[in-house]
Structure formats: C-alpha cells, structure tokens
Design a binder for this molecule. Structure first.
Ligand code: HEC
Length: 151
C-alpha cells in the first residue's frame, strides 16, 4: 500500500508538470495570433496598439475607401489624384501628419476636409464608416507616417 501511495506522490506532480509544459507548447504552436509581429511604425508611433486583426481591418478599410485618392501606400498618388484640384495628403509624410492631432484626423475622415478648413475633395465618411472603424483608420495613419502628433 505505501508503495502505491509513494508512486502516486511522484506521478501526480510529474503529470501536472508534463501537462503544463505540453499545454504551453501546443498553445504556442497553434495560436500564432498571440504573437503580434510588429509592423512598420508600430513601435515608435501612435500605431502602437494597432496590430493583428485590428491592423488588418484598418488596412482593409483603407484599401476600400482611401487608396483611390491617397494611393496604395498612402503617398497621395491614387488613381483619382490627377483629377483633383488639391492633391490628396501624403499619409507617409511624417512632417505633415505630425501637425494633425488624432482628433483632427478623426474629424477630417468623419466629416470631410471642409470641416477642418481643407479641400472638400476629401469626402466625409460618417455615413459609410463606424466610429470604431474611423478610430482604426486614425491609428493606421500613424502607422503609415510612423509619427505622432507633435503639437
Ligand atoms: C475622393 C478622394 C479622396 C478620398 C476617397 C479620400 N481622401 Fe483623404 N484627402 C483627399 C484630399 C484631396 C485631401 C487634401 C485636402 C487638402 O489638403 O486640402 C485629403 C486629405 C486627407 C487628410 C488630411 C491630412 C492632414 O494633413 O490633416 C486625411 C487625414 C485624410 N485625407 C484621410 C483619408 C482617409 C482615411 C480616407 C479613407 C477613409 C480618405 N482620406 C479618402 C482626398 C480623398
């Protein structure tokens, strides 16, 4: 009897350790999403906190609603750019983008350029995009410029 109890005393903790180790290894192997691989500008900018699925979503919305004017990479060279009197903003220009606060960027996207004294060619998106989606886009702009508001 004592022999059996002795074996239990050793095997139970051993099995616990075994499952803990295996558990972490399998979760590491099968959920790569837990590891947010930093993208351009992530570490140094307001793009912090935008990663994984949220980054993908913001990027997707940018591709759908913004690239025709602002260009695939945000450089202001989209297909419609030549047709506009005032060129679309270059979102990769940290000098320009650090002059606008997040609130101002939000307002520009939501209510359009005219609401902040910019060109009305920059259309309002408050009927096509939700507040959350616009907030995601503001963060994505910070990823594109690799910059933050400097005041
Ligand atoms: C029809 C073309 C068009 C589309 C679509 C468009 N924009 Fe613009 N955007 C412009 C133009 C033109 C300007 C420049 C306005 C100016 O300088 O007076 C601008 C300016 C901006 C600015 C101002 C930057 C600053 O210096 O403060 C932001 C922010 C912006 N756009 C974000 C977006 C986002 C995000 C989207 C997609 C949801 C988008 N735009 C879609 C044309 C467009």
């Amino acid at each position: 009897m004592t022999g059996f109890r002795g074996v239990l005393k050793i095997t139970v903790p051993l099995m616990a350790v075994f499952f803990m180790v295996c558990g972490t290894q399998t979760s590491m192997a099968f959920s790569p999403k837990k590891f947010n691989i930093p993208k351009k500008g992530d570490a140094s900018s307001g793009g912090e906190g935008l990663s994984g699925a949220a980054l993908d979503e913001a990027k997707g919305n940018y591709q759908l609603y913004c690239v025709m004017c602002h260009g695939n990479e945000g450089k202001g060279d989209g297909q419609l750019a030549p047709t506009l009197d005032i060129p679309p903003a270059n979102h990769t220009d940290p000098e320009r983008m650090s002059k606008a606060s997040d609130e101002r960027l939000f307002k520009t996207i939501s209510q359009g350029g005219a609401s902040v004294g910019l060109s009305e060619s920059m259309p309002p998106h408050n009927t096509t995009l939700s507040e959350e989606q616009i907030r995601g886009l503001v963060k994505y702009l910070r990823v594109l410029c690799g910059c933050q508001y400097k005041g």
